[in-house]
Design a protein around this ligand. Structure first.
Ligand SMILES: [Zn+2]
Length: 172
């Protein structure tokens, strides 16, 4: 398999028997489940996957899937460019029974079809690798009073009666 051009479909079990490597690039726009990241559609997704067997002869895939996504900073609510790297380490299983039998530290990958769509694997791995909270190391904007983080707003929550009074005034 040449590096650079990624195949659309893979036969994971065959690749594992061949101890094949899949390397190349795609873009976020080619991964439909990442369509919500509208400002990141042109970003390169770097893929390096190695198929093979582990020491127990289980078919597996290991490697990395990397890209950069514009996430919302939880402090200033502006976009923050965030490196997202999925460290892939999956053991192929055929059915639920095999999933249950797998040692707990191993992640199962249910491969019931001979052929899988590569983009589905990449999407899944990147979504799992998203940080729980994205934040600038240093927010670029001076915080405006109205853009205080949620925690600060929480501590001096509006008096509900004041809100009611406002509504009343508006009616008048
Ligand atoms: Zn920020």
């Amino acid at each position: 398999m040449n590096s650079g051009q990624l195949p659309s479909f893979l036969e994971p079990r065959k690749l594992a028997d061949q101890e094949a490597e899949i390397k190349g690039q795609t873009t976020v726009s080619r991964l439909p489940r990442l369509a919500e990241f509208r400002d990141s559609q042109d970003e390169i997704v770097e893929v390096a996957l190695r198929f093979g067997r582990d020491e127990e002869r289980r078919q597996q895939v290991t490697g990395t899937v990397k890209t950069r996504l514009q996430l919302t900073c939880q402090r200033c609510l502006e976009l923050v460019q965030t490196a997202v790297q999925a460290n892939v380490a999956l053991v192929m299983v055929y059915d639920e029974e095999q999933i249950k039998a797998l040692p707990e530290h191993l992640d199962p990958w249910l491969v019931t079809d001979e052929r899988i769509t590569l983009s589905e694997l990449l999407e899944e791995e990147l979504l799992l690798a998203l940080p729980l909270v994205a934040m600038h190391e240093q927010c670029p904007v001076v915080l405006h009073k109205s853009a205080e983080p949620a925690a600060a707003v929480e501590s001096k929550r509006d008096n509900p009666f004041a809100v009611l009074a406002q509504l009343k005034n508006r009616d008048d």
